[in-house]
Write a protein that binds this ligand. Structure first.
Ligand SMILES: C[S@@+](CC[C@H](N)C(=O)[O-])C[C@H]1O[C@@H](n2cnc3c(N)ncnc32)[C@H](O)[C@@H]1O
Length: 182
């Protein structure tokens, strides 16, 4: 079985068990973005069981670039560790098991692609923290913006107040993403 087939098999299992991963179509779309934009240094908030992380890493690995991913829950993080061993992406992924709100101010790098898929109510706080680490023309994507629209009430006001332009892209019925090109 190829690595991609294995990932598809795992995805089917996780779907059957209601794990809140990005959809497969969203994973394909985001991987295409990585290919086209040639991102070098990705930051992801919300690793869960690594489905999105492994997808991103499989693209980044082709060009020897990397992803930092942060997960709050030790339980999820440790399940995740078992998952990603099979995909040979150790060198591509830097995984941090901590609260992203504490970690982000201490990150020293800049990120050309930031993927926010975590505690929806705090999305605006995260965006504020990450803003200085993303340079002009780089990308920030926030997942599930329509499904959890109410939980993200602070976000909409923040975007408007700061005149931040964005597009909402309906990837599929489940996953609508918000894209900011800074
Ligand atoms: C929707 S899941 C991520 C799914 C994953 N991106 C995927 O598609 O495979 C959101 C994750 O964010 C984590 N999370 C929530 N609050 C967090 C925080 N403050 N810092 C880091 N991770 C957090 C949760 O534990 C959960 O595993």
């Amino acid at each position: 079985m190829s690595i991609e087939e294995k990932l598809n098999e795992l995805k089917k299992y996780w779907e059957a068990n209601n794990i809140p991963n990005i959809s497969k179509i969203n994973a394909i779309f985001l991987r295409d973005l990585i290919k086209i934009w040639k991102f070098k240094n990705i930051l992801e908030i919300g690793t869960a069981n690594w489905y999105s992380t492994i997808n991103f890493a499989l693209e980044l690995k082709k060009t020897w670039w990397r992803i930092t991913t942060i997960e709050f829950s030790s339980r999820t993080y440790n399940i995740a560790l078992n998952n990603f061993q099979d995909f040979n992406v150790f060198k591509t992924i830097k995984a941090i098991n901590w609260n992203a709100l504490d970690i982000i101010p201490n990150l020293k790098e800049n990120y050309d692609f930031v993927f926010i898929d975590w505690m929806k109510k705090r999305t605006k706080d995260f965006l504020e923290l990450i803003w200085k680490k993303v340079k002009k023309d780089w990308i920030i994507i926030i997942d599930d913006v329509i499904k959890f629209k109410e939980k993200m009430a602070w976000l909409w006001g923040y975007l408007e107040k700061n005149n931040i332009k964005y597009n909402i892209i309906p990837i599929d019925l489940d996953d609508w993403i918000l894209m900011i090109i800074k």
